[in-house]
Design a protein around this ligand. Structure first.
Ligand code: GTP
Ligand code: MG
Length: 423
């Protein structure tokens, strides 16, 4: 199984801060709260794009960061939401949270779209906290932090293009020049004994997967040479690239080669020769190649691309054509039932809101929820501090501290903030 893989850190945008403001108008007696809410931070989404076939672009992205929502402002104006960030991924992509090892997205459908890190909600401005018993609150919230994750992104690769041809025509050489794959290359037959896959990127930034297959010979469809087991791979590729030794380095006629291979493909499965196919005329650096090509072209109808794989000549044009054919292929589904990497999806559950650790006279409070609450508190007034303290009590932190034997004056720490414990 060939798997393309990328690791990316994603940080969704935090919400905009709520605003703390008061009405100050000439003839309005009791000012009153006037601060608007912050906007939502950008979430990071993955969306299937059926035009993508590999993770090559994602491999270059190390960090994807969302934008912060706009802060609220006076006159009860709410901040704007930040736009979500949408990253396109190929169909069949599986996303795992590295910290927990759990799969958070399994994107097998053409229209799948998944939030992989949620943006924070906007903090509320002081207007939002107005109640009958507290008509003029003197506190507002900061925006909620965006989710942060390190993601492993995987895609099971199936070849889009299969390279076929007689032994030693240069299939592996071609693959080695168009991808990072390093197949064995040698001037004897059957150098390649099992398929090699490579990810190709065209000069116009498209990518697809190419498979270099063991050489075929006459009778391959009935078991000659390395046999027919690799012809099955070709059944599943969208496009066939047929490589021919136009230099005739082994003394054969290139057109005979062409016929031999086509016959094997047809005998194995008549659907194979109906697939989109191009002919790659390789070894054009050989002295008699031009002459051979001229004669060959007179006899065949399909597109012929002259190249010299060894010198990397003519390769860009071939790749563009292959990408066009892959893109326009309507063959689907490419995966057979049960072939995806996984189907088990996991939803994040709320973790324990806090834990308390005692170190000397310090009580250190950890926990995603409590840290979030801390970050969202603007310690701008006594009322804000009081409200935070009330929330700690509500979460059961006071009770827990008391159980652990905390006494008046002991220091309680959350993130980088210390405060005294009071009953
Ligand atoms: N002159 C010339 N030689 C080439 C070119 N491309 C490949 N060769 C040579 O042809 C021989 C066979 O190349 P491979 O890439 O191993 O051929 P293959 O089609 O993968 O062969 P099998 O794996 O045995 O089926 C090697 O000696 C290569 O150096 C080319 O463009 N010009
Ligand atoms: Mg080979």
């Amino acid at each position: 199984m060939f798997i393309d893989e990328a690791v990316i850190k994603v940080i969704a945008g935090s919400g905009g801060d709520g605003c703390l403001a008061f009405r100050r108008e000439k003839y309005v007696q009791m000012g009153g709260p006037y601060g608007g809410n912050g906007g939502h931070g950008s979430s990071i989404k993955f969306k299937v794009d059926t035009g993508l076939h590999t993770l090559i672009d994602l491999r270059y992205m190390k960090l994807i960061k969302g934008e912060k929502g706009e802060n609220g402002s006076g006159k009860n104006q709410n901040g704007k939401n930040a736009n979500d960030i949408v990253i396109k991924v190929p169909q069949g992509t599986v996303v795992t949270d590295m910290d927990t090892g759990l799969i958070i997205a399994d994107m097998k459908n053409v229209d799948d779209e998944v939030i992989v890190a949620s943006g924070g909600r906007g903090g509320r401005g002081n207007s939002a906290f107005k109640t009958q018993s507290n008509p003029c609150p003197t506190f507002a919230e900061n925006g909620e932090p965006g989710e942060e994750r390190i993601l492993k992104i995987e895609l099971k690769l199936l070849a889009d293009v299969g390279l076929v041809g007689l032994p030693s025509v240069g299939k592996s050489t071609f693959l080695s020049k168009v991808s990072k794959a390093k197949p064995k290359i040698a001037n004897y037959h059957f150098t390649t004994l099992s398929p090699n896959l490579g990810v190709v990127k065209t000069i116009d930034n498209r990518s697809f997967v190419i498979a270099d297959l063991p050489g075929l010979i006459e009778g391959a469809s009935t078991g000659a040479g390395v046999g027919d087991k690799f012809l099955r791979h070709i059944e599943r590729t969208k496009v066939i690239a047929h490589i021919i030794d136009m230099g005739a380095t082994e003394g054969r006629d290139p057109y005979d080669d062409f016929k031999v291979i086509n016959k094997e493909l047809e005998d194995f499965n008549s659907k194979l020769i109906k697939k989109p196919m191009i002919v790659i005329a390789n070894k054009m650096d050989m002295p008699n190649a031009e002459e051979n090509l001229k004669n060959f072209k007179k006899k065949v109808k399909c597109d012929v691309y002259p190249i010299s794989a060894i010198n990397s000549d003519g390769i860009d044009k071939v790749l563009i054509k292959l990408a066009d054919l892959v893109d326009s292929s309507d063959e689907s589904p490419l995966y057979e039932e049960g072939e995806y990497l996984s189907h088990v999806l996991y939803k994040f559950e709320r973790t324990k809101p806090f834990t308390i650790e005692k170190q000397d006279d310090y009580y250190i409070i950890h926990g995603e929820e409590i840290e979030k609450l801390f970050k969202m508190t603007k310690f701008s007034s006594d009322e804000a501090v009081l409200r935070f303290a009330k929330k700690l009590r509500k979460l059961g932190i006071d009770d827990e501290l008391e159980k652990m034997g905390a006494r008046e004056g002991d220091i309680v720490r959350i993130l980088d903030f210390d405060f005294e414990y009071r009953k």
